[in-house]
Design a protein around this ligand. Structure first.
Ligand code: FAD
Length: 337
């Protein structure tokens, strides 16, 4: 649990949130960026990091993952700070007009302006249908994301899933966990063939257990997870003792907590004024895929444009006595902070 004080809190570290740091930085406003995912890049990192994008101005094509790397490089001069792997739960306007933003882990961000760059909403884990699974969430043995692999050093871990995330983490944790089991309901994997081959050889070499055509159907423990029930196709169920059960079945976007922040919404998006992409709450802006207005296009370049207009409006709010003057970067370069 930590406290951050900044000029602008940006909710969402997708491409538009990251570029907003740049536009704010040009006007010497400090940003803190918070994202529910453990990595930056939003949809580009989570859904299509290896796909080429062809409609970023100045790049005939660029891999989505490379665009995220470049955006991170571009904002370096402004030293943004990040909270990753924490979802913003509440947004409160204080008496003096500033804001208090609080995350799922209790991190508090005090800021003058809030920019919601939340894309399709926060990605939430797809959970298996196991009756009492939620009893073991929140540090009691069931996790849906791996934030710090060191957390699992010398522990017994059961992973479930057949996509890239399950395979990649199985390969990584094979060296870290005391005992690793990957349970997959199919016989073939959806993830990259080379990762599937690596998992198979790690299992053959005895570095992990690979259970195909099997499902985890129950979780057990007394307050803390201690075992799971595994049902192999056509065989008797059995109990496997474990410290952690981590189903990695992908993430689904949900609008999530921002539905309750008093924002004007239309079809799961935040209504904005296209003059500056402000919302119905003064001091709160919405840019990128999360907003809606007549003619809205859910494209990265449109989000970049929205970030530029948002920044100059936020500047007028934060510095009401200073006049905003557009300065070309070709003339002034990138200011240092
Ligand atoms: C397969 C695919 C291909 C695409 N190809 C193109 C293309 O060629 N060109 C193009 O321009 N666009 C393309 N898009 C669309 C493009 O990816 C989106 O327009 C872009 O990602 C929007 O960026 P964003 O920053 O607004 O949101 P996102 O990238 O969705 O990022 C939003 C972030 O906000 C976080 N968040 C949301 N709510 C919270 C909360 N409460 N607390 C903390 N964090 C939160 C989410 O975790 C997420 O990381 C494509 C999309 C897909 C799925």
């Amino acid at each position: 649990m930590s406290t951050v004080t900044t000029d602008i809190c940006i909710i969402g570290a997708g491409p538009v949130g990251l570029f907003a740091v740049f536009e704010a930085g040009l006007l010497k406003m400090k940003c803190h960026v918070i994202d529910a995912l453990p990595q930056v890049g939003g949809q580009l990192s989570e859904i299509y990091p290896k796909k080429p994008i062809y409609d970023i101005p100045g790049f005939p094509f660029i891999l989505a993952g490379e665009l995220v790397t470049n955006l991170m490089e571009q904002i370096k001069p402004f030293h943004p700070t990040f909270t990753l792997g924490e979802r913003v739960e509440t947004l409160d306007k204080q008496e003096d007009g500033s804001f208090r933003v609080v995350s799922s882990e209790g991190t508090e961000i005090f800021c003058k302006v809030v920019v919601i760059a939340g894309g399709l909403g926060s990605f939430e884990p797809r959970k298996p249908a196991i009756e009492n699974l939620t009893d073991y969430e929140g540090g009691k043995g069931v996790n849906y994301m791996i934030l710090d692999p060191e957390h699992y050093r010398d522990k017994r871990v059961v992973l479930a899933g057949g996509g890239d995330s399950a395979l990649d983490w199985a390969i990584f944790l094979a060296d870290v966990a005391k005992e690793l089991t990957l349970v997959h309901r199919g016989t073939t994997f959806r993830g990259a063939p080379e990762s599937a081959a690596r998992v198979t050889s790690l299992s053959e070499e005895g570095h992990m257990n690979l259970l195909l055509k099997a499902n985890v159907t129950e979780v057990h423990g007394d307050g803390q997870l201690s075992a799971v029930t595994i049902v192999p196709d056509g065989a008797e169920p059995y109990t496997l003792e474990t410290d952690y059960f981590i189903p990695l079945f992908g993430l689904v976007p949900k609008l999530g907590p921002l539905e309750n922040w008093g924002l004007e919404l239309e079809k799961s998006a935040i209504v904005v004024n296209t003059v500056d992409y402000s919302t119905n709450i003064e001091g709160v802006y919405a840019i990128g895929d999360i907003n809606t207005y007549p003619g809205k296009l859910k494209l990265i370049l449109c989000g970049f444009h929205e970030a530029a207009l948002m920044a100059q409006s936020a500047y007028s709010l934060i510095y009401p006595d200073k006049k905003f003057v557009l300065k070309y970067t070709t003339v002034n370069g990138v200011p240092t902070m």
